[in-house]
Design a protein around this ligand. Structure first.
Ligand code: SF4
Length: 371
């Protein structure tokens, strides 16, 4: 991720709060429901009570900006092979011991170096760089939902897609406002046990499951699910069976599921990397359960490809995050004609501009931005 120039923290009033009888502020953006005293911040660090108003300290201040392949989010059924302007701020509403972006997620807004970008400037940056989409990622975008909404609204006006890469920890009161202008999401389903969520992430499982059901049944947002498998903590076969069974029953068989490999990071240094065999076994369980699109990530694997669940033809061939070949024809298998769920063409019909194509052909595909 690019480190950006330093600018002062701006004051932007937050949404989703109320004053409590004792004078503290109740933030109901996420299920933590923080009660925040004067001069204090919520668990996520970037929502602060100043003078009886809740401020959003991450607004307009991306602490990380980068152009990634969209497969890195990971999204395998949303504009495959395209690039995405990816941005994050400081803080997080979960306390994951294994966080891989802890340098920003565990930082306060005034502890990170950040750029200053209005929602319009973010969208203009995506257009200038020729990326058809913008991802809210790296730290938890829910906690800077005010900024997300304003960027997504502007992006939709200008024909740019937006993507949430989220832990799914959001209240129903905020969910529909945040996701109203969002085109796609990847939601981390970090485990399928309350014990893991409680001890390892300091949150709860049930609200994440609720978010997944809202996405499936009450929005048109395209979404995929990621399950990071950590040896001995959430890689038990029976847990994977329960996770897959829940997805099948509540979301259907067409939601892509990504099993990804853990590497030691932050406060979880005592666990080994996930062996590839663990991901292979989890994928076999998911396919046996009846899920149609199951991927393996963070390892080199043939399970990065998309196969037709009907005739088994190789449809999209990938190497790591690169798309090497895409055989889909109008979203259908060219062999048996099965319609494969996803968003295969840019709904806004935009193609990268000339400057972006020139950069790409010069080999500048995954450009770090140094503003
Ligand atoms: S968004 Fe932040 S301040 Fe609000 S409830 Fe969640 S953790 Fe607390």
């Amino acid at each position: 991720m690019a480190v950006l120039s330093e600018v002062p923290v701006r004051q932007h009033e937050a949404r989703w709060w109320e004053t409590m009888p004792d004078g503290r502020l109740h933030c109901y953006l996420c299920p933590r429901h923080c009660h925040i005293g004067e001069g204090q911040a919520g668990f996520c660090f970037i929502r602060k009570n100043e003078g009886g108003r809740l401020l959003q300290l991450g607004y307009g201040r991306p602490a990380a900006l980068q152009i990634d392949p969209i497969e890195k989010k990971p999204l395998n059924h949303f504009l495959p092979g395209t690039r995405i302007l990816s941005m994050g701020t400081a803080g997080c509403n979960m306390g994951c011991l294994f966080c891989q972006n802890w340098d920003i997620s565990k930082a306060k807004a005034d502890q990170v170096r950040a750029a200053q970008l209005s929602p319009l400037e973010v969208v203009e940056l995506a257009q200038e760089r020729g990326t058809p989409s913008i991802a809210f990622t790296y730290n938890e975008p829910t906690i800077w939902g005010e900024y997300v909404i304003d960027i997504a609204r502007e992006a939709r006006r200008q024909g740019v897609n937006t993507v949430m890469v989220s832990n799914g920890y959001i209240t129903r009161e905020a969910f529909f406002e945040v996701y109203r202008h969002i085109d796609a999401a990847n939601i981390d389903l970090k485990a399928f046990s309350e014990g893991f969520y409680g001890k390892i992430t300091m949150t709860h499982l049930e609200p994440v499951l609720e978010t997944l059901k809202w996405l499936r049944h009450e929005t048109n947002v395209w979404f995929e699910i990621t399950n990071l498998m950590i040896p001995t903590l959430n890689d038990d076969d029976s847990e994977t069976q329960r996770l897959c069974g829940w997805i099948l029953e509540n979301l259907g068989d067409d939601v892509p599921l990504h099993f990804t490999a853990f590497h030691p990071d932050f406060k979880l240094q005592d666990k080994p990397r996930t062996p590839p065999e663990t991901l292979h076994a989890a994928r076999a369980i998911a396919l046996d359960a009846g899920l149609h699109y199951v991927y393996e990530g963070n390892i080199f694997s043939d399970a990065a490809h998309t196969f037709c669940p009907s005739c088994k033809m190789l449809l999209i061939q990938r190497s790591w995050h690169d798309v090497e070949r895409n055989r889909l024809q109008n979203g259908c298998c060219p062999n048996c004609g099965l319609s494969v769920p996803g968003r295969w063409a840019n709904p806004h019909g935009r193609t990268p501009g000339k400057a972006a194509r020139e950069r790409e052909s010069a080999g500048e595909r995954y450009l770090d931005l140094n503003l």
